[in-house]
Design a protein around this ligand. Structure first.
Ligand SMILES: [Zn+2]
Length: 473
């Protein structure tokens, strides 16, 4: 058996501490799977464990790239992390992967979530720098990349949200590194998997049994309080100084004529955009009486952004990671550790994690995941229920709200929502009223009904204009 421990969960749940605890008990080494923590320096805004808290455990992929570098693609991460995992095993030690960048973990764990790069043309490209140098479009804005992807692989282009830079560039990268369209590769993998699973449907022992997964979960309200106080602590420890460092670096790139991507890299770290107005004012008019207020706003906005990020991470886990684990018959390897209560963290998380890992490594039977706590039972059951729910893929854009939806269910929910109805009313009032008084009156009264029953009319009145590029042939 070649065991692998994987720890994930939202920010503020103590993942890194659990990793260190397990590594020190079981002779492990840690591989970081948090894109921001790969950036060198900036320990506060990237939330890195201090050297002291690392307790002498070797950490890999931590602080290994410079501010100028792009975050790694999932393909790149998988390649490097896999290499490190086997090196750790060769040293007779236990690899422990920990991180909040869940798409890295998904890429690492699930073979069919991405294309491994030992394909045809890969041999000639040895680094990401080389790849970018050869295909500069991979650093182009999302719409340019999407247009290219639409040419090369329209099926994948339809699958991604137009703002999802990462997925769009990933699909392009697959094409450039393998010479094949991602959609063709996925289709082939699906076929292989179907024939494989038909052959071994009843033989669950064939599923990869060597991985043990820990999901550190905290209930939202207590977690939010904890995240708020963590931001306060970060401010005390020098958050503003680090954000200013990134700000100056960003400004120097701007003034040297570059147009850095605002949606990628270190500028995505928590706090950067939130502190930008304050830093700009502090640089331009350091004596301004406004500064204190701007700083307070920045802190508040950073708290909001941190909470939102945690929510996003949990959503990803419940929507995507769990569905993938279910598809791979690995749900019985997923242990939810309840880190809601900060005081009880050691018993509920560290001690339980150690006990489960000990059994797992010794090859002893492990209790079923739902039995480990009440929270585990409730949360896991509702996740499974959700992932069993049917979704119908589509790619529909509401031009009124400028939002794109990738499932029919979300689309339906949107066009019948209050938010959408309000946007329609506003638009109707501002653009249509002067010309079509009477019709608009009806529209304002019952725009949703109109859209549903008379989409043509609605479109004509400028209410709803949808672009349906769904369901490729
Ligand atoms: Zn809308």
């Amino acid at each position: 058996m070649e065991p692998l421990i994987v720890i994930f969960g939202s920010t503020g749940t103590g993942k890194s501490d659990l990793a260190v605890e397990l590594a020190s008990r079981f002779n492990g080494e840690i591989i970081n799977a948090d894109a921001m923590q790969m950036y060198r320096g900036l320990p506060i805004i990237t939330n890195k464990l201090s050297i002291e808290d690392q307790r002498g455990i070797p950490h890999h992929l931590l602080g290994n790239i410079g501010l100028d570098e792009d975050p790694w693609s999932v393909v790149h991460f998988k390649r490097e992390a896999s290499k490190i995992i086997s090196e750790i095993r060769n040293r007779g030690k236990l690899p422990i992967v920990v991180g909040g960048t869940t798409y890295y973990l998904d890429g690492l764990l699930f073979e069919d979530r991405l294309v491994t790069t030992h394909a045809s043309t890969e041999g000639s490209i040895t680094s990401r720098e080389e790849l970018l140098a050869r295909y500069p479009i991979l650093s182009a804005p999302a719409d340019v990349m999407l247009a290219k992807l639409r040419e090369i692989d329209p099926v994948m282009a339809d699958r991604w949200h137009p703002n999802d830079v990462r997925k769009i560039s990933n699909s392009l990268e697959i094409y450039y590194t393998t010479g094949r369209r991602a959609s063709d590769i996925y289709a082939e993998q699906r076929k292989q998997k179907e024939s494989k699973s038909a052959a071994q449907e009843s033989d669950v022992t064939k599923a990869p049994r060597h991985v043990l997964l820990f999901w550190l979960y905290a209930e939202r309200d207590p977690l939010n309080l904890r995240l708020d106080s963590r931001v306060d602590k970060m401010v005390q420890n020098g958050l503003v100084r680090e954000v200013a460092e990134v700000y100056d670096w960003y400004q120097s790139r701007l003034s040297s004529g570059e147009t850095p991507d605002r949606s990628r890299g270190i500028v995505q770290s928590i706090g950067f955009w939130q502190f930008e107005p304050y830093l700009r004012a502090a640089r331009n008019s350091p004596a301004s009486p406004e500064l204190a207020k701007l700083k307070q706003d920045a802190i508040e906005n950073t708290k909001t952004a941190t909470r939102r990020y945690a929510k996003y991470q949990v959503r990803w886990i419940t929507m995507k990671t769990l569905a993938s684990l279910q598809a791979e018959s690995l749900l019985d390897r997923l242990y939810l550790l309840d880190s809601t209560d900060n005081q009880g963290w050691h018993d509920a998380v560290a001690a339980k994690g150690v006990e489960l890992t000990a059994r797992f490594l010794a090859g002893e039977p492990i209790p079923p995941p739902a039995s480990t706590s009440e929270t585990a039972q409730t949360v896991l059951a509702s996740c499974v229920e959700r992932s069993n729910r049917q979704v119908t893929p589509c790619n529909k854009t509401c031009t009124t709200c400028e939002k794109t939806f990738l499932t029919e269910e979300l689309w339906q929910k949107h066009i019948t929502s209050k938010v959408h109805a309000k946007a329609v009313r506003l638009r109707t009032r501002s653009s249509v009223v002067p010309f079509k008084q009477q019709k608009t009156a009806i529209v304002v009264a019952d725009s949703i009904a109109l859209e549903k029953s008379f989409p043509e009319e609605a479109r004509e009145a400028g209410i709803l204009c949808t672009k349906d590029t769904a369901n490729p042939p």
